[in-house]
Write a protein that binds this ligand. Sequence first.
Ligand code: ADE
Length: 240
Amino acid sequence: MVRIAILMAMKNEARTLLQSLDLRQQKQPFRSGVPFELFQGRFAKAQLSVVVSGTDPEFHVDNVATVPAALMTYLAIEKCNPDLVLNAGTAGGFGGRGCEIGDVYLGSGTFCFHDRRIPLPGFDRYGIGRYSCYDTSSLAAELHLKTGIISTGNSLDLQGKDLQLILENQAVIKDMEAAAIAWVCRSLSVPMIAVKAITDLVDEGAPTETQFLQNFHLAVKNLQIKTIELLQHLQKIKDC
Ligand code: ADE
């Protein structure tokens, strides 16, 4: 039976998806102090685990961005031994590169960072990452999804130098987790796919945070629909 782990940073991103799946929340799945939540069950013939990053005990908000994402990925792989990791979440997109609010993308090409600037020989390229992405082109065509390079950083807003690096990375999508998850998956040789729904256009319109809040519900609904379609489709490919 194929095992799939879906990793999600925000509980409100995961809620709609979890409501549509018949999963059971595991009590204390990780050692004490680890905030991540684990939901498990069957999806058709697959063993499905959804891991959500949980809440920071001091700031009482979701554990977003790269540090929790990397740890969550490592622990999810240790605990669930997945054949495939899916990173599902929301992201910003470039209107000038064809993104529209509510679009759902599959990451393609590479996973990059845009806020790890280390201008030393070798470290400069290490900072960017550019980890190879599983070829998602036929999956995207089947599911009528757009594809694009995802660039990851630890900030929701977009500053000048980050923008320059995102453009150099030829990214279409800006998020806060994918490349960190990709680094762990690359290290542990687990294939990874990122599915991202667009809440905001980083090069157009109102400030990111305003767009994010305005469009979150639409993006999360579309993310849920497309993630379910993706899971159904993966079953067919794997014939599990
Ligand atoms: N998640 C949703 N919108 C985002 C943005 N603009 N940057 C990073 N992560 C995001």
